[in-house]
Write a protein that binds this ligand. Structure first.
Ligand code: ADE
Length: 256
C-alpha cells in the first residue's frame, strides 16, 4: 500500500520508522511518503494560512498550496498507473468507455481528518486496509478552505474522518492513529494474523481479559477455567467475559 501524508509538521511522522509499521516499510509492504505543505508555497514566508472571509477567530489554510500538493501526489499516481504493465494488459482486454476505467487499479482515496467527519471505526480500518493508495491531508488551525475538498473530490474519492467527538489541534495525531489501525490489518504486517481475530471490536464486542504466568501474583489469581485445558469451557468463559465487559463499559455496541 502506498500512503502519502501532507502536513506542515512532517516530524510528527518520525514514529512511522519504528515498531511493526517501520518493519512493514522496510519490507516494502508499506510505502509511506510524507510531504511538507510549505514546500508547495511560493512566498518568502512559506505562508499556508490566512484570515477567514466573513471574520471570526483563528486562521484558515489557504487553498493554493493544498491544490499543488494534491496535484503532485495524484498526478504521480496517474503516471505510475499508466506505466504499470498489469494495467496495460487489463486495458487490452477492456472496451473503450466507462467500463475500461473499472479495470484499472483502484483510484486513490483522499482522507481529511476532521472532527466534522464520519467516525473512524475498526470496520472502516478493515475497509481501508484493502486500498492501494491512501492520501492523508492534515489540517491545522480552523481548518482548510472548503474549496480544497471540492477540488479533491473532482480528482479522487474523498472522505472526512473523525477520530471521535473531541477536538485535536490538527490532523496529525488522528492520521497516526488511523495509519496504525489500518497498517496492522495489511497482510504480512503482523507476524501472527490470528492475533487480529480475537481483538476488541473485531466481532462487535470488547475483547476478553488475558492472563499469563505466574498463576498467582501478589494474591491475584488467574481464573481456574483458563488453566484447565477444556477448550470448550475456555471459549464459553471468554465469550461471557466479552459480553459482560461490553454490557458494563460499552452497552451502545450491543444489539437492541
Ligand atoms: N482534527 C481535529 N480534531 C480531530 C478529530 N477529533 N478527529 C480527526 N481529526 C481532527
Amino acid at each position: 500500500m502506498r500512503i502519502d501524508i501532507v502536513t506542515i509538521f512532517p516530524e510528527y511522522f518520525g514514529v512511522l520508522d519504528v515498531s511493526l509499521l517501520g518493519r512493514a516499510r522496510e519490507d516494502g509492504i508499506l510505502d509511506v511518503q510524507v510531504h511538507d505543505l510549505r514546500a508547495f508555497t511560493h512566498d518568502r514566508h512559506r505562508t499556508v494560512d490566512d484570515k477567514p472571509y466573513g471574520g471570526g477567530a483563528g486562521m484558515v489554510m489557504k487553498p493554493e498550496p493544498w491544490g499543488e500538493a494534491l496535484d503532485a501526489i495524484l498526478d504521480l499516481d496517474g503516471a505510475a498507473n499508466a506505466s504499470n504493465p498489469l494495467d496495460a494488459i487489463l486495458d487490452l482486454d477492456s472496451t473503450v468507455g466507462p467500463d475500461a476505467q473499472q479495470l484499472t487499479r483502484d483510484a486513490p482515496l483522499v482522507i481529511f481528518p476532521s472532527p466534522a467527519g464520519e467516525v473512524f471505526t475498526q470496520a472502516m480500518a478493515r475497509e481501508l486496509s484493502t486500498a492501494d493508495h491512501l492520501v492523508f491531508g492534515c489540517g491545522r488551525y480552523e481548518g482548510i478552505d472548503q474549496r480544497v475538498f471540492e477540488y479533491a473530490e473532482s480528482r479522487a474519492s474523498v472522505r472526512l474522518v473523525s477520530l471521535g467527538d473531541y477536538v485535536l489541534n490538527g490532523g496529525e495525531v488522528a492520521v497516526m492513529a488511523m495509519i496504525e489501525a489500518i497498517g496492522r490489518l495489511i497482510p504480512g504486517v503482523i507476524g501472527n494474523p490470528e492475533s487480529l481475530v480475537e481483538e476488541s471490536h473485531e466481532d462487535g464486542l470488547l475483547e476478553y481479559p488475558s492472563y499469563t504466568k505466574p498463576a498467582e501474583w501478589r494474591g491475584y489469581e488467574v481464573p481456574p477455567v483458563l488453566m484447565g485445558g477444556n477448550h470448550g469451557a475456555i471459549a464459553t468463559w471468554r465469550r461471557d467475559a466479552q459480553l459482560e465487559r461490553t454490557r458494563r463499559v460499552r452497552p451502545d455496541l450491543l444489539p437492541e
